[in-house]
Design a protein around this ligand. Structure first.
Ligand SMILES: Cc1ncc(COP(=O)(O)O)c(C=O)c1O
Length: 354
């Protein structure tokens, strides 16, 4: 029972087989190989337009390099207070942008509130030399609270960004889960809704280590080859990144994996709610946030279940755990089994009866 992270899962056998197949013979290094070219074509098909893709090995590099393409060192990047780029990347965005400032924006459930975005932007007037200058908006899809933006909500936020003369980045570490959950076209959730650059995550959902920075505006990608090389993310054996991305996208495999993860999260959320747990944020993709009695938490720990306790500070005051309760985050993956979910729920139900 491992619900600590979708990073706890391994890689999809189809992806592994593709890596093995790509191992045969010689191939041009540094990402000019046939697999990377094929991945680029596949991504353009998925997004229904030409796009420019750069593969890297981690989500943090993907976010930081994408943001660096959107901002000067004196720029401001607007993101939710809880965004991964804000608090969980050890300053990589600041490092790769050569010092741009991340500015937190309010909103419930990890989603940026449009009025709060307008108000925050207004506090950064253009031309005021004392202050960093508005440069980019970064949205996480899914958010750090496991919630999703509908394409119309994304479009509303990117319109505000455009009005302010700034571009939009999307942290899509769980983009596949979002597409599978909302059943919308990837294009509708990105460029058709005004997103300029997407950090498309694949490692949490079936690859070994492969993430794509996808530019919908080619002009923004002009310096990216240099940025990526300078960042040490231009892999000499780039064919293995290309092979992973190709296999992941082939015949909708990425969405099949994500649909499985989402379905397990749905079963987990339903089971926990029936067992009496409170779910302060609606489960939409592959993350479940639950408030459990301490004795259920103890029984789960004793049974070897893995998950993280989460910060209740992120919850609205009326939703926070009371004395004797634990707030936890549970993440499912393409490898989560119905039996794991059932056992977890059974333990919580049993603890309730005990
Ligand atoms: C929302 C989000 N963005 C980005 C990342 C970064 O991925 P990595 O750990 O590969 O750097 C993560 C990983 O947990 C994440 O949850």
């Amino acid at each position: 029972m491992d619900f600590a992270s979708d990073n706890s899962s391994g890689a999809s056998p189809q992806v592994l087989q593709a890596v093995l197949a790509a191992n045969a013979g010689y191939a041009a290094p540094y990402g000019v190989d046939d697999w990377t070219r094929a991945a680029q074509e596949r991504l353009s098909d998925v997004f229904e337009r030409d796009c420019v893709m750069f593969l890297v090995a981690t989500g943090s590099a993907s976010n930081a390099l994408a943001l660096a393409a959107l901002t000067p060192p004196w720029g401001a990047i607007f993101c939710h207070h809880d965004a991964h780029v804000m608090g969980d990347e050890c300053g990589a965005p600041e490092f790769y942008t050569a010092g741009a400032k991340l500015v937190g924006v309010d909103g419930s459930d990890g989603k940026i509130d449009p009025a709060a975005l307008r108000a925050t932007l207004a506090a950064f007037p253009r031309g005021l030399v004392k202050q960093v200058q508005p440069a980019a908006l970064s949205l996480s899809q899914a958010t750090e609270s496991g919630r999703l933006y509908e394409p119309t909500e994304i479009a509303a936020l990117t319109a505000i960004a455009r009005e302010a003369g700034i571009r939009t980045h999307m942290d899509g570490a769980r983009f596949a889960n979002a597409v599978a959950a909302l059943a919308v076209a990837p294009a509708d959730m990105t460029w058709r809704a005004g997103v300029d650059v997407l950090s498309l995550g694949a490692s949490k959902n079936g690859t070994l280590a492969c993430e794509a920075v996808v530019f919908f505006d080619e002009a923004l990608a002009a310096d990216m080859a240099f940025r990526r090389k300078r960042a040490g993310h231009t892999l000499s054996k780039g064919r293995f990144l290309g092979a992973q991305m190709c296999a992941w996208l082939e015949d909708g495999h990425w969405l099949e994996l994500a649909r499985h993860a989402n379905a397990q999260a749905a079963a987990l959320a339903d089971g926990l709610a029936q067992a009496g747990a409170r779910l302060p944020w609606t489960r939409e993709a592959n993350e479940v946030f639950a408030i459990l009695p301490d004795h259920a938490d103890a029984a789960l720990q004793a049974a070897g279940a893995r998950y993280y306790r989460w910060s209740a500070g992120r919850l609205a005051p009326e939703l926070r755990p009371r004395e004797g309760e634990a707030f936890v985050r549970l993440v499912t993956s393409f490898e989560t089994t119905p039996a794991e979910v059932e056992r977890f729920v059974d333990i919580v139900s049993g603890a309730g009866k005990g």
